[in-house]
Write a protein of this length. Sequence first.
Length: 122
Amino acid sequence: MKNLRVQSQYWQVAIFILFLSCFMAQPSYATAPKSVDPVYDMKTQTLSVTINHYTLSAGMHHIKSVEIKKNGVVISTNEYSTQPTDSIFTYTYNIKAAKGDVLEVTATCNLWGHKTSTLTIP
């Protein structure tokens, strides 16, 4: 009889833990970009943006857009349906800028989050 009671309590605890795990916050595999690093080449008028965004499946979880603002005005919005690698990659854009211009780059994940970095042209 005592053995049956212990087994019953064991199953109650196991079912309770299973029930709780269904409703507790789960860690997500969707992540915002870890870093967005813009570099501007004045000679070629090229903005290189290196993005660190980890994914297990670039087709399902990727950087969906990169928006570029110059002095607070959106000058380029680039949409993507995948990303070139599973972590660190670089996109390049032809952007005309002058000394003192402020470039703001925002990379947005298709599932969750975004990261913004600012660069002032020296």
